[in-house]
Design a protein around this ligand. Sequence first.
Ligand code: ZN
Length: 477
Amino acid sequence: MNLLAPVFAVVAAAPSPASPTDAVGYRVELARAGDTSVAVSLTLPASAEGPVTLVVPRAVPMGYSQQLYDRYVTDVTGRGGDDAAVPVAREEGPRWRIGAPGGSVRRVAYRVDLARMEREVLGAADSSRARPGYVGLLGYSVFGHLEGWESRPVALEVVAPAAWPVFTTLAPQAPPPRARTSAEASDFYALADSQVAMGPALEVLRLESRVPLYLAAYPEGPVDLAFTGSLVARALDALVAYFGSAPFPQYTALVELLTPLSPDHGYGFSMEHLASSHYFLAAEAGVTPLSPEPLRRRVLFNFAHHVAHAWIPKRAYGEGYFPFSWELAPLIDTIWLSEGFARYVATEALADAMPEPEGLAYKKAMLDSLRGTLAGMPVFIREMPLVPLSRIASTRYSEDFRTGRTLFARGALLAAELDEQIRAASGGKKRLRDFFRQLMDWSAANRRGFRISELPGLVRDATGVETSEIWERWLSQ
Ligand SMILES: [Zn+2]
């Protein structure tokens, strides 16, 4: 189905200003197999008054760093309502001014150099890539937005070389269609947070689970995809059971097993999105049913942790996560909650799915290992209060992972103490899970980030248990 055609047909019949529900058309094309750059275009539903500003992201939701994706954008052009070329000027920051006062702007186009991006962005999870027979795109690394149009719905068209399978996490299909696919996104954030993969080297599996689940894989080496997929399904099912429902219609795990581009490139971090997550199997390439139990557990937990982020903080978050600041990475006070509570949730969800006493032993081992992590930290980081440390990690979480590891360890141990208190005070009738389920409902209803000061009250509402003293003690440390 081509979603762009009806959008244009409506505009042609009714040249009045577009209503706020009309979609912005995005098109991304890899023209030929072997190309290492893509062409991107944005078409407004109706002409805008000139000039407009193209903004290319420099920050990634939950990336906790700056990535200068505008460096890889070339050949920016603009066209007016009459399809004539309009002037383009580079501005300070990741911005281009398109068009001129008194004129109109209808379409903006540019190219993105994927080879240079992969060369210069050293964290694999922050870069798109073009490799022989495969192209993988992170939405925020290739899609910009026109200032003021971010909340509009998006109609995406992806065009690949003839016969190339093409896949988008916005509308996953197995097997994927060839040469072209299309999808809709609710706004720019949902588009930017999505992923595209294409090429004859792409493999897509549909997996058995509680919600439609896809494994999209690009392996540059031998890997047991069916077993890897079964671990993803196990993680997803445990999380859906924990929260009681899924906030997405379908989910994709995108797995890349990559030959390192250089010794400076890192492949250790995974990345979460609204309805997908992105993994690099360099270290775990050999995971099979016969792998040692600790390795299988580690891979399973990594999947569960990143799937848990689809709930926390993607849909229940502290201030600063949404609306997202695309040009400057926001300072966030609650990374300890986003990362630590998601870690605790993943641990609990997996433990719930295990027979006892295995589940209890698993949980205890995970918490002990977090205490070990903290014990190994330099004192000045270990003793920094959570909010200032969270602000520091807002731009260097993985760059100096001591900040990230301290935050998630302390956040998870705080969650564990809250859970203990809730279970004890309620005689086992309530647990922290009840708070998380209510927090999901609260976030959907309020459509804003919670404040730290609201959290004890939200726990009380969900469980009837007073936990203010625990929050105060952990937050002052
Ligand atoms: Zn995380």
